[in-house]
Design a protein around this ligand. Structure first.
Ligand SMILES: [Zn+2]
Ligand SMILES: [Zn+2]
Length: 288
């Protein structure tokens, strides 16, 4: 832990890399399925006329300790229309107060169990806590909370009194498209097979970092190999890696450590057409 803190602080004076030519209008009037990686767990997903953002963080630090090393792929102001904010858990790098205050108030915010108590009033149109396997339905949009394997609390000490899981993933279903946002999770041999048996997933956002120290991380974070196993277990059509490159995390030797490892594995397995490694700020229309 001490080494991690020292390593994080050592990064502080380094300016964040910039994202050239940011997309100014990331929201389409309507689209089949589009994805844009803003960085870390923050993804802008559009299906038809509905716009979703996951775990929005635009801040320059996560929890004051981990510095952002590359700026957000788009500005929060460019998201001029937003229907849903999906929060997977309450860690600082996923539930970011300063970032939420920048988003359009029209959105409905979905949170994991216990999340509302940790959330100041931002003026969003609604707030819903989602238990695992609970489905929120509105105007043909179906969003279901699914299990993950992670750890509780926000501040460390609150882990002691939380006697239920405060972390989830999400399945979004709308207009015949199904997207899986895994949030922040370790590998589990049952969870993702179970999710895959219930849904025909078009695209899955799966975290691939931090990797080191491996014995500790493997209980709460998937490394690239485990992320690919999650992808296989849930039988999604496309995988998009997340939760890497953005913040200094764990004791990974470089920001590109996990991404490079994933690229190697994808190349070896000849699945380049199924794993889309987006750049930060890159948008792809998966279904026009
Ligand atoms: Zn976390
Ligand atoms: Zn995280």
């Amino acid at each position: 832990m001490t080494r991690f803190v020292i390593q994080s602080i050592a990064q502080l004076p380094v300016p964040a890399d910039t994202v050239e030519a940011k997309i100014e209008h990331p929201v389409f009037p309507r689209v089949g399925l589009s994805v844009l990686w803003i960085g870390h767990g923050t993804c802008l997903i559009q299906i038809g006329d509905k716009v979703f953002i996951t775990d929005p963080i635009f801040n320059s630090t996560a929890g004051m300790i981990s510095k952002r090393r590359i700026e957000p792929g788009i500005t929060a102001a460019s998201i001029d229309r937003l229907d849903y904010i999906l929060i997977s858990h309450i860690h600082f790098d996923h539930l970011s107060y300063g970032s939420l205050s920048l988003l359009p108030k029209t959105a409905i915010m979905l949170l994991p169990p216990g999340g509302i108590e940790y959330t100041p009033e931002f003026g969003f149109s609604d707030y819903r806590e989602m238990n695992t396997w609970e489905t929120f339905t509105a105007e043909d949009v179906r969003i279901t909370a699914v299990p993950a394997k992670h750890f509780n609390g926000r501040y460390g000490f609150d882990m002691a009194w939380l006697d239920y899981n405060t972390y989830i993933g999400y399945i979004i279903e709308y207009q015949g498209k199904t997207v899986f946002f895994a949030g922040d999770t370790g590998y589990d041999p049952e969870i993702f097979k179970n999710i895959g048996s219930k849904y025909a997933i078009d695209a899955a956002f799966i975290p691939i970092a931090p990797v080191e120290p491996h014995d500790f991380m493997m209980r709460v974070h998937a490394d690239p190999k485990e992320a690919l196993q999650i992808f296989e277990d849930c039988q999604a059509g496309i995988m998009i890696p997340i939760h890497h490159r953005t913040f200094v995390q764990g004791m990974d030797s470089s920001l590109t450590f996990a991404g490079d490892q994933l690229k190697r594995l994808v190349f070896e397995r000849h699945i380049e057409n199924r794993v889309i490694i987006l750049g930060i700020g890159e948008q792809q229309v998966l279904i026009p």
